[in-house]
Design a protein around this ligand. Structure first.
Ligand code: URA
Length: 245
């Protein structure tokens, strides 16, 4: 027996959080009856339907995408914009992004139908390193970069300590700098807001790494399957993460 939202996430319907919402919205039936209680336990012999469609067990798939700029990291868009799901026309399984990157941000995004792993990897308590390279307007000094390292007060709280490295600086035309920053939180537009807070707005942003994964060999818009070893490592990280501690 497992909890209904977990089963939906396992079956690749949506992330666990979104599956909970589907249940609350009355879109899920168990053995023909609408179930709105999140704790409901189901077994593999129960018939589960979402929006009237019977749940089939789907094979888990894991892809690493180099998301280009100008694409949204969702699977549908009410404004009809291109989504990351559109970059996988050849994949039958429903893929969901693990976390999100802004429309204008490029870089590494894991795509999977494994809602459970996705839930764990994006859980705020699971401190997974994400490394970004930002081009900013102006050239921050050492003291300003230290502020980013120590934590910046944003409207939704102070950011956790970050690792920051000035990669290059170009004083021409008012100046710009290329800075690498590693954070382990996932606040909305966090990197952009951190640089805004010290007065150096981000002009271009790319996620170079997610945990031990990088973008080697991929161009923007391209993807590759994760190896079974990489998936295993992500699971080990999830199992030994800080969740519940
Ligand atoms: N921080 C941002 O500002 N944007 C992203 O897309 C990811 C992290």
């Amino acid at each position: 027996m497992e909890r209904l939202q977990k089963m939906l996430a396992h079956a690749g319907v949506a992330s666990r959080r979104k599956s909970e919402q589907l249940i609350l919205d009355g879109k899920v039936k168990v053995n023909g009856k609408v179930v709105k209680e999140l704790g409901t336990k189901v077994s593999s012999t129960d018939t589960v339907e979402v929006d009237g469609v019977k749940l089939e067990k789907e094979q888990k798939v894991y892809h690493l995408l180099y998301k280009p700029r100008g694409i949204i990291s969702a699977v549908t868009d009410d404004k009809g914009r291109k989504t990351v799901a559109d970059l996988f026309p050849h994949i039958q399984e429903r893929l969901f992004p693990v976390g999100r990157l802004d429309y204008e941000t490029s870089g590494l995004l894991i795509m999977t139908n494994d809602g459970d792993l996705s839930f764990t990897l994006t859980h705020p308590k699971f401190k997974i390193d994400k490394t970004y390279v930002a081009r900013v307007k102006g050239i921050p000094g050492k003291e300003q970069l230290r502020i980013l390292e120590r934590g910046v007060d944003l409207e939704d709280g102070k950011t956790a300590p970050a690792r920051v490295k000035l990669l290059s600086a170009d004083p021409k035309q008012g100046g710009k700098a290329i800075i690498e920053i590693t954070i382990h939180e996932g606040k909305n537009r966090q990197v952009r807001r951190m640089f805004d807070a010290i007065g150096f707005p981000v002009q271009k942003l790319k996620r170079e790494r997610f945990a031990f994964l990088g973008l080697h060999g991929l161009n923007a818009g391209e993807s590759r399957e994760l190896t079974s070893h990489e998936v295993k490592l992500l699971r080990v990280m999830a199992d030994t993460g800080k969740i519940g501690s």
